[in-house]
Design a protein around this ligand. Structure first.
Ligand SMILES: [Ca+2]
Length: 209
Protein backbone atom coordinates (compact mmCIF):
# COMPACT_ATOMS: atom_id res chain seq x y z
CA UNK A 1 0.00 0.00 0.00
CA UNK A 2 2.78 2.38 0.91
CA UNK A 3 4.44 1.78 -2.42
CA UNK A 4 1.21 2.47 -4.32
CA UNK A 5 0.82 5.68 -2.34
CA UNK A 6 4.32 6.78 -3.25
CA UNK A 7 3.73 6.06 -6.94
CA UNK A 8 0.53 8.06 -6.82
CA UNK A 9 2.36 10.98 -5.22
CA UNK A 10 5.06 10.80 -7.89
CA UNK A 11 2.57 10.80 -10.76
CA UNK A 12 0.73 13.69 -9.15
CA UNK A 13 3.94 15.72 -8.96
CA UNK A 14 4.84 14.79 -12.55
CA UNK A 15 1.38 15.89 -13.64
CA UNK A 16 1.74 19.25 -11.89
CA UNK A 17 5.14 19.84 -13.49
CA UNK A 18 3.73 18.98 -16.95
CA UNK A 19 0.76 21.35 -16.49
CA UNK A 20 3.14 24.09 -15.37
CA UNK A 21 5.40 23.79 -18.41
CA UNK A 22 2.54 23.67 -20.92
CA UNK A 23 1.03 26.83 -19.42
CA UNK A 24 4.47 28.50 -19.68
CA UNK A 25 4.83 27.61 -23.35
CA UNK A 26 1.43 29.12 -24.11
CA UNK A 27 2.20 32.40 -22.41
CA UNK A 28 5.79 33.08 -23.37
CA UNK A 29 6.62 33.68 -26.99
CA UNK A 30 10.13 34.39 -28.21
CA UNK A 31 11.05 37.89 -29.36
CA UNK A 32 12.85 38.14 -32.68
CA UNK A 33 13.94 40.87 -35.07
CA UNK A 34 11.89 40.34 -38.22
CA UNK A 35 12.82 41.94 -41.52
CA UNK A 36 9.90 43.91 -42.97
CA UNK A 37 8.24 42.70 -46.15
CA UNK A 38 8.84 46.13 -47.68
CA UNK A 39 12.45 46.30 -46.51
CA UNK A 40 14.78 46.10 -49.46
CA UNK A 41 18.30 44.72 -49.56
CA UNK A 42 20.18 48.02 -49.31
CA UNK A 43 18.44 49.21 -46.16
CA UNK A 44 16.29 46.50 -44.63
CA UNK A 45 13.89 47.56 -41.90
CA UNK A 46 13.58 45.48 -38.76
CA UNK A 47 10.68 45.03 -36.42
CA UNK A 48 10.41 43.36 -33.03
CA UNK A 49 7.83 40.58 -33.16
CA UNK A 50 6.92 37.68 -30.92
CA UNK A 51 6.66 34.14 -32.23
CA UNK A 52 4.74 31.53 -30.30
CA UNK A 53 6.12 28.18 -31.39
CA UNK A 54 9.27 26.45 -32.55
CA UNK A 55 8.04 25.75 -36.08
CA UNK A 56 7.28 29.42 -36.69
CA UNK A 57 10.61 30.42 -35.11
CA UNK A 58 12.54 28.05 -37.40
CA UNK A 59 10.78 29.54 -40.43
CA UNK A 60 11.67 33.09 -39.42
CA UNK A 61 15.32 32.25 -38.75
CA UNK A 62 15.51 30.46 -42.09
CA UNK A 63 14.36 33.57 -43.92
CA UNK A 64 17.03 35.73 -42.25
CA UNK A 65 15.52 37.00 -39.01
CA UNK A 66 17.63 37.17 -35.85
CA UNK A 67 17.34 37.76 -32.11
CA UNK A 68 17.72 41.05 -30.21
CA UNK A 69 21.38 41.28 -29.18
CA UNK A 70 22.48 39.35 -32.29
CA UNK A 71 24.63 40.77 -35.10
CA UNK A 72 22.50 42.47 -37.77
CA UNK A 73 22.52 40.19 -40.85
CA UNK A 74 24.49 41.75 -43.70
CA UNK A 75 25.80 44.67 -41.64
CA UNK A 76 29.36 45.62 -40.74
CA UNK A 77 29.49 45.07 -37.00
CA UNK A 78 26.08 46.37 -36.06
CA UNK A 79 24.02 44.61 -33.40
CA UNK A 80 20.28 44.68 -32.63
CA UNK A 81 19.29 46.45 -29.44
CA UNK A 82 16.35 45.16 -27.39
CA UNK A 83 13.90 46.86 -29.79
CA UNK A 84 15.65 45.54 -32.94
CA UNK A 85 17.25 48.88 -33.77
CA UNK A 86 20.62 48.26 -35.47
CA UNK A 87 23.33 50.09 -33.51
CA UNK A 88 27.07 49.95 -33.00
CA UNK A 89 29.93 49.11 -35.30
CA UNK A 90 33.20 51.03 -35.51
CA UNK A 91 33.34 54.81 -35.23
CA UNK A 92 36.00 57.50 -35.01
CA UNK A 93 35.38 60.61 -32.92
CA UNK A 94 37.58 63.37 -31.49
CA UNK A 95 38.54 63.54 -27.83
CA UNK A 96 35.84 65.43 -25.91
CA UNK A 97 33.17 64.79 -28.54
CA UNK A 98 29.95 63.83 -26.74
CA UNK A 99 28.53 60.59 -28.12
CA UNK A 100 24.91 59.48 -27.83
CA UNK A 101 24.75 55.70 -27.82
CA UNK A 102 20.99 55.54 -28.45
CA UNK A 103 21.41 57.25 -31.84
CA UNK A 104 25.09 56.61 -32.60
CA UNK A 105 25.71 60.33 -33.10
CA UNK A 106 28.06 63.03 -31.84
CA UNK A 107 25.92 65.62 -30.04
CA UNK A 108 28.44 68.33 -29.20
CA UNK A 109 31.87 69.01 -27.71
CA UNK A 110 32.04 69.06 -23.92
CA UNK A 111 34.61 71.89 -24.01
CA UNK A 112 32.25 74.22 -25.87
CA UNK A 113 30.62 76.89 -23.77
CA UNK A 114 27.21 75.60 -24.80
CA UNK A 115 28.13 72.03 -23.83
CA UNK A 116 26.45 68.96 -25.30
CA UNK A 117 22.87 67.91 -25.89
CA UNK A 118 21.44 66.15 -22.82
CA UNK A 119 21.26 62.83 -24.71
CA UNK A 120 25.06 62.39 -24.61
CA UNK A 121 26.32 59.27 -22.82
CA UNK A 122 30.12 59.50 -22.87
CA UNK A 123 33.15 61.28 -24.25
CA UNK A 124 36.82 60.32 -24.42
CA UNK A 125 39.08 62.35 -22.16
CA UNK A 126 42.81 62.63 -22.89
CA UNK A 127 45.42 61.68 -20.31
CA UNK A 128 49.04 62.33 -21.41
CA UNK A 129 50.30 60.09 -18.57
CA UNK A 130 48.70 56.85 -19.74
CA UNK A 131 48.79 54.53 -22.75
CA UNK A 132 46.29 54.51 -24.26
CA UNK A 133 45.63 58.18 -23.60
CA UNK A 134 41.88 57.81 -23.94
CA UNK A 135 39.67 57.31 -20.92
CA UNK A 136 35.89 57.11 -20.87
CA UNK A 137 33.83 59.74 -19.09
CA UNK A 138 30.15 58.90 -18.76
CA UNK A 139 27.38 61.48 -18.41
CA UNK A 140 27.31 61.67 -14.63
CA UNK A 141 24.86 64.54 -14.53
CA UNK A 142 22.18 62.43 -16.25
CA UNK A 143 22.98 59.39 -14.09
CA UNK A 144 24.95 57.30 -16.59
CA UNK A 145 27.16 54.62 -15.01
CA UNK A 146 30.24 52.73 -16.13
CA UNK A 147 31.96 49.41 -15.45
CA UNK A 148 34.95 47.59 -16.94
CA UNK A 149 35.16 43.97 -18.02
CA UNK A 150 38.33 41.91 -18.38
CA UNK A 151 36.71 39.77 -21.06
CA UNK A 152 37.35 40.25 -24.79
CA UNK A 153 34.86 42.56 -26.55
CA UNK A 154 33.06 39.73 -28.37
CA UNK A 155 32.50 37.81 -25.12
CA UNK A 156 30.81 40.59 -23.15
CA UNK A 157 27.04 39.98 -23.09
CA UNK A 158 24.00 41.33 -21.27
CA UNK A 159 24.34 38.42 -18.81
CA UNK A 160 27.64 39.91 -17.61
CA UNK A 161 26.15 43.17 -16.37
CA UNK A 162 24.95 41.52 -13.17
CA UNK A 163 28.50 40.62 -12.20
CA UNK A 164 30.08 43.96 -13.11
CA UNK A 165 30.56 46.79 -10.63
CA UNK A 166 28.97 49.92 -12.02
CA UNK A 167 29.95 53.35 -10.83
CA UNK A 168 28.26 56.70 -11.20
CA UNK A 169 31.65 58.34 -10.66
CA UNK A 170 34.43 58.61 -13.20
CA UNK A 171 36.68 55.55 -13.06
CA UNK A 172 40.24 56.75 -13.39
CA UNK A 173 41.62 54.11 -15.74
CA UNK A 174 43.01 54.04 -19.26
CA UNK A 175 40.68 52.63 -21.93
CA UNK A 176 42.46 49.30 -22.35
CA UNK A 177 39.56 47.10 -21.22
CA UNK A 178 36.00 46.78 -22.43
CA UNK A 179 33.89 49.57 -20.93
CA UNK A 180 30.21 48.90 -20.31
CA UNK A 181 28.07 52.03 -20.10
CA UNK A 182 24.61 52.11 -18.55
CA UNK A 183 22.89 55.12 -20.07
CA UNK A 184 20.43 57.45 -18.36
CA UNK A 185 17.77 55.72 -20.51
CA UNK A 186 18.60 52.42 -18.80
CA UNK A 187 20.34 50.75 -21.74
CA UNK A 188 23.66 48.91 -21.72
CA UNK A 189 26.38 49.33 -24.33
CA UNK A 190 29.92 47.96 -24.58
CA UNK A 191 32.89 49.91 -25.96
CA UNK A 192 36.40 48.83 -26.86
CA UNK A 193 39.35 50.81 -28.15
CA UNK A 194 40.53 50.09 -31.68
CA UNK A 195 43.17 52.83 -31.99
CA UNK A 196 43.91 56.46 -31.22
CA UNK A 197 45.65 58.84 -33.63
CA UNK A 198 46.40 62.53 -32.96
CA UNK A 199 43.09 63.97 -31.83
CA UNK A 200 40.88 61.02 -32.74
CA UNK A 201 39.80 57.78 -31.10
CA UNK A 202 38.49 54.81 -33.08
CA UNK A 203 36.35 52.40 -31.10
CA UNK A 204 34.07 49.40 -31.46
CA UNK A 205 30.70 49.55 -29.78
CA UNK A 206 27.50 47.54 -29.55
CA UNK A 207 24.26 47.52 -27.59
CA UNK A 208 23.80 44.71 -25.07
CA UNK A 209 20.36 43.11 -25.27
CA1 LIG B 1 21.87 58.74 -24.73
Amino acid sequence: MRRAGLLFMMSLIAGLVAVGSVAGADQDGVEICHVHQDGHEDSPEWQLIEVKNQKSLDKHLEHGDAFPGDPVPGSDGQVFDAECKPLGGTDTIAYYDCFDLETGKVVGDIRDGSGCEAAWDFYFGYNAQTTPHAFVVQNQRQGAQIAYSEEPFADVTIEDVETLEFSGSIIDTAFDQVAVVLTADGKYFKLALESEVFSDVTFHWAPLA
